[in-house]
Ligand binder design. Structure first.
Ligand code: ADP
Ligand code: MG
Length: 581
C-alpha cells in the first residue's frame, strides 16, 4: 500500500484558511481598513462596487511598503506587527496574525500599489488567487492602495453563498461605522457605486457620531466618563427616548477595537431597566480602556470576541456608570445607589445639558397591547366587519381552548387535536401574505393630512435606494430631497403616527433574508418587512390577540410555513397523544 498522506500545497491550505478570515465582502473591508490604520494613515478612502462583491478598494496615506515587503505581505503569517509570542499579550495594533492578506489574496484578484515616500519609488503588484501575475515600478504618492476585485471568483460555491447586495452592503456599512467611530482623528471618504455616501473629516467623537447618525442624535447623547482601577470608560450613552427596536445603535469598543459582548450589553441594558419600553434596546457608544494583559482578543481570527479576566467587576462598573449618567441627566427620578458627588464635575457638558428631558417613559408599554381587538387588527389589516365576525365565530366553534406558553407559543386545543403555534413565525406569515397582496394590488394608498418627513442617515439612504421601487409599489408615495424623505401617502396598513418608526426600524433591521432565494424583489421586501414587524418571541399576548393570530394564520394561503420556510405549528392528534402513553 502506498502512503496516502500528503501535505497540501500552500494555495490550497490558504484557500481553506481564507474561510476563517474572509466570510464576506465586509470582512475584507475590515482587514484592509485595519491595515491602513496600523500604517498610521491620516486619510483613508474606500471605494465599493456591488456591495463589495466586485470591488473593495482602500487607499491610504500611511507609511507604505517597500517592494520586498509587498512581496512578503501576502505570505501567510507575514506580519510586521509582532516578533515573539509575548507580543500577542500586549497588542496595540489592530492586526497581528499576519493572515489577512494571504487569505484575501488566495480568494480574489488583488492590485496593490504602495509607496513609502512621495517620490518615484512606488511599486505595483497584481495577484490572482494568491499568485503574482504582474509587477512594475510606478510613480506614486506616499501610502498604499489595495484593490480587491471579484471576491471568491475561484470558489464559486462561496460566491453563490453571498447574500443580496442589500444585506452585504449593510454588513459593509456596519464595519465602516465601527472603524470610523473608533478613529475620529482619521479622515474618511466612502464611495459606493460611484456615489459619495460619507465624507468624514477629522473631528471629535461627538461630532463623528453626529456625522454618521445625523443631527437628530445630538440631543440624545449623554457623555460617559468613568475612571477606575480596572478600566476606564468613555463615550456616550443614548437617552432612553432614543431606544430602538433593533440593536443597531449599540457599539462597544475595547482598547479602541470594536467587540461584541453579551455581558456588557446585559450590564448596560439592566441600567436602563424600567426606562424603556418592552422590546426596545438602548443605544450606546462605549469605549472601554483596559490593560491589554487583562484581556484576550485572540479568541477568534476575526477578532470581535474578547475575554476579560475580571468580568464580574467590569459588569458592575459599567452598570453603575451608566446608571449614574442616566441619573445625572435626570432621566432617572431617583438614584438608587450612592456615588461620590465630586465625580460629577468630570462630566464635560454637565451644565449645558442639565435640562429636564421632555420624554415620558412608560415601562408598562406593550406595543401590541391595544384596547380593543379591532384596533389591533387595524394595525396591520383592513378587514370588513363581516369577516371579523365570521372569524370570531370560527374561533369560538373550532378552538375550544387557547392560551399562551413561555411568551412564545400559542396552544390551541380543538375537539380532535392539540396545536402548538410559534407566535413569531405565525405573525410573519400573516404579514407576509398581506404585504405581498398590497404590493401586487397597488391600490390602497392613503394620503396623509400631514406629510411625514424623515431625515435619513447616509446608511439608511443607501439602503432605501435599493428598495425604493418596492416601497412605491407597496403604496408609499414620497419625494426624496437629498437625505430628506417626504412621505405624502402611505399604504392602508400603516398608521400615520408610526411611519417614521416603521421606516427607521426596517432600514436598521438585521433581517438577513437572501434575496436570491426569493422569487422577486417584492417577495424579498415583503419577507424582510414581515420579519421586522412581526410580534417577537417574549411578547405576552392577551386572549383576543392570541385568537386573532390563530384565526388569521388559518386564513392564510400557506399556514404551515413561515416566509423563510420554517414550520409554524405542530399538530398532535388524539391518537398521537394516546400513542405517547
Ligand atoms: P497583519 O495585519 O496581521 O500583520 P496582514 O496580512 O493584514 O497581517 O498584513 C501583512 C503585513 O502587510 C502587515 O503586517 C503590514 O506590514 C503590511 N501591510 C498591509 N497593509 C498595509 C498598508 N495599508 N500599509 C502598510 N503596510 C501594510
Ligand atoms: Mg492586518
Amino acid at each position: 500500500m502506498p502512503d496516502i498522506i500528503k501535505i497540501l500545497p500552500t494555495e490550497v491550505s490558504n484557500k481553506i484558511a481564507a474561510g476563517e478570515v474572509v466570510q464576506r465582502p465586509s470582512s475584507v473591508l475590515k482587514e484592509l481598513l485595519e491595515n491602513s490604520i496600523d500604517a498610521n494613515s491620516s486619510k483613508i478612502k474606500i471605494v465599493i462596487k456591488n456591495a463589495g462583491k466586485n470591488l473593495i478598494q482602500v487607499i491610504d496615506d500611511g507609511q507604505g511598503m517597500s517592494r520586498n515587503d509587498m512581496h512578503k505581505s501576502f505570505v501567510k503569517h507575514a506580519t510586521s506587527k509582532i516578533n515573539k509570542i509575548d507580543d500577542i499579550f500586549s497588542i496595540n495594533s489592530m492586526g497581528f496574525r499576519g493572515e489577512a492578506l494571504a487569505a484575501i489574496a488566495s480568494v480574489s484578484m488583488i492590485e496593490m500599489s504602495s509607496s513609502k515616500i512621495n517620490e518615484n519609488d512606488g511599486y505595483f503588484i497584481e495577484i490572482n488567487g494568491g499568485k503574482i501575475i504582474s509587477e512594475k515600478e510606478i510613480i506614486g504618492n506616499k501610502g498604499t492602495s489595495m484593490k480587491v476585485q471579484n471576491l471568491f471568483y475561484n470558489i464559486p460555491a462561496r460566491r453563490n453563498f453571498l447574500k443580496s447586495d442589500f444585506v452585504e452592503l449593510k454588513h459593509i456599512i456596519n464595519v465602516f461605522n465601527n472603524i470610523a467611530l473608533s478613529h475620529n482623528k482619521i479622515e474618511f471618504t466612502f464611495i459606493n457605486n460611484d456615489e459619495e455616501i460619507f465624507y468624514l473629516k477629522k473631528e471629535s467623537l461627538k461630532k463623528r457620531i453626529i456625522s454618521i447618525f445625523g443631527e437628530k442624535i445630538r440631543e440624545n447623547l449623554v457623555p460617559v466618563n468613568e475612571n477606575t482601577q480596572i478600566a476606564n470608560l468613555n463615550g456616550f450613552i443614548l437617552k432612553p427616548a432614543f431606544a430602538k427596536k433593533s440593536r443597531s445603535n449599540q457599539f462597544i469598543f475595547v482598547n479602541n477595537r470594536s467587540v461584541k459582548s453579551q455581558f456588557i450589553n446585559h450590564s448596560i441594558f439592566s441600567s436602563y431597566e424600567g426606562l424603556i419600553r418592552d422590546g426596545y434596546y438602548p443605544g450606546y457608544f462605549l469605549f472601554i480602556d483596559i490593560n491589554p494583559n487583562k484581556i484576550d482578543v485572540n479568541v477568534h481570527p476575526n477578532k470581535t470576541e474578547v475575554k476579560f479576566d475580571d468580568d464580574q467587576h467590569l459588569y458592575s462598573i459599567i452598570n453603575s456608570a451608566v446608571k449614574h449618567c442616566l441619573g445625572i441627566y435626570q432621566v432617572i427620578p431617583v438614584l438608587d445607589f450612592e456615588k461620590d458627588p465630586s465625580m460629577d464635575v468630570s462630566y464635560n457638558n454637565v451644565k449645558s445639558i442639565s435640562k429636564v428631558p421632555s420624554i415620558e417613559v412608560n415601562s408598562e408599554f406593550n406595543p401590541f397591547h391595544i384596547a380593543n381587538d379591532l384596533e389591533f387588527e387595524n394595525l396591520f389589516f383592513k378587514k370588513s366587519k363581516d369577516k371579523i365576525e365570521s372569524d370570531q365565530e370560527f374561533a369560538s366553534k373550532d378552538f375550544i381552548k387557547i392560551f399562551q406558553i413561555f411568551n412564545k407559543f400559542i396552544v390551541s386545543a380543538t375537539t380532535s387535536s392539540l396545536i402548538i403555534i410559534n407566535q413569531n413565525l405565525a405573525h410573519q406569515r400573516i404579514l407576509y401574505e398581506s404585504f405581498l397582496k398590497s404590493i401586487f394590488q397597488k391600490s390602497n394608498s392613503q394620503k396623509l393630512v400631514f406629510p411625514v418627513e424623515i431625515d435619513l442617515t447616509k446608511r439608511q439612504l443607501s439602503m432605501f435606494n435599493m428598495i425604493d421601487s418596492e416601497f412605491k409599489s407597496l403604496g408609499f408615495i414620497y419625494e426624496l430631497e437629498k437625505t430628506l424623505l417626504k412621505i405624502s401617502s402611505v399604504p392602508d396598513q400603516f398608521k400615520n403616527d408610526s411611519i417614521e418608526e416603521i421606516i427607521d426600524n426596517f432600514l436598521n433591521s438585521e433581517s438577513d433574508f437572501d434575496s436570491k432565494k426569493s422569487l422577486s424583489n417584492s417577495d424579498f421586501f415583503a419577507k424582510a418587512l414581515s420579519k421586522s414587524f412581526s410580534i417577537k418571541t417574549g411578547h405576552k399576548l392577551n386572549l383576543s390577540e392570541q385568537e386573532f393570530l390563530v384565526n388569521q394564520l388559518f386564513s392564510c394561503k400557506e399556514p404551515n410555513l413561515s416566509p423563510d420556510n420554517k414550520q409554524i405549528f405542530i399538530t398532535l392528534s388524539k391518537n398521537d397523544i394516546e400513542n405517547i402513553f
